[in-house]
Design a protein around this ligand. Structure first.
Ligand code: E4P
Length: 225
């Protein structure tokens, strides 16, 4: 499963890249708004850092297909032809996905709450479909189940589209989809840090260190013996 950062702050992205095996960055308009500057300025810094091979996903704002297509062209012109353009799966969004797919650009279908939205986006030519796991949970449905079923729908219909599961709020939601082998997950920094924040690990390592220091002296490591 690809592991993508759902955030736009460059310092935070650099920090997460140093510690975690990540494959790219996704943004949405709300995430970009938090940075408080021209979105292309923020996005160019991210592209410069992650390089052409790192996945960068950027969302359009227009409500109509023609506007979405024009935005997609501008996004790929500014940030590189490999940039994934995120298109919300509305009726207009499907029209835009269909048109952009014939041009060969990378498309991430987003704002997905139902299996049928994902199927139609995949059939229209999207490379990724992003179900909003926690937002679906908040509606009283089961976001993990929806994401798994979308994964199955793509396989059962021989579609190359992969799930890019999004909107996580806890480690359990992520783990369920790692176990299922969905294509990718995009995760906010706080949830990423929570994946490995375990008091038991800290306690175990502290006990090993205490025993070692009893043998070799305070502050000593395997370098000093
Ligand atoms: C991804 O496409 C979405 O923009 C994002 O993951 C939504 O996450 P949120 O529900 O935490 O805002």
């Amino acid at each position: 499963m690809k592991f993508i950062i759902d955030f736009a702050n460059i310092e935070e992205i650099k920090k997460l890249y140093a510690y975690y095996p990540v494959d790219g960055v996704t943004t949405n308009p709300s995430i970009l708004a938090k940075e408080g500057r021209n979105p292309y300025e923020t996005l160019k810094k991210i592209r410069e850092f992650i390089g052409e091979k790192g996945e960068l996903h950027v969302q359009v704002i227009s409500a109509d297909a023609e506007g979405m297509i024009q935005e997609a062209h501008r996004i790929q012109q500014e940030l590189g032809a490999t940039t994934y353009v995120k298109i919300p799966v509305s009726r207009e969004g499907l029209k835009a996905i269909k048109a952009l797919a014939t041009e060969g650009g990378n498309i991430t279908a987003t704002a997905i709450y139902t299996q049928m939205q994902a199927y139609l986006a995949g059939k229209a030519g999207a490379h990724y479909a992003a179900p909003y796991v926690n937002r679906i949970d908040n509606l009283g449905a089961d976001g993990v189940k929806v994401a798994k079923e979308i994964h199955d729908i793509f396989k059962n219909n021989n579609l190359k589209t992969e799930v890019l599961a999004a909107s996580f709020k806890n480690s359990q939601q992520v783990l369920e989809l790692v176990k299922y082998g969905v294509g990718a997950a995009t995760i906010s920094p706080d949830v990423i840090e929570g994946l490995i924040k375990l008091d038991s690990v800290t306690c175990a390592v502290a006990a090993f260190t205490k025993d070692f220091e009893g043998l070799c002296g305070a502050g000593k490591s395997m370098l000093d013996c």
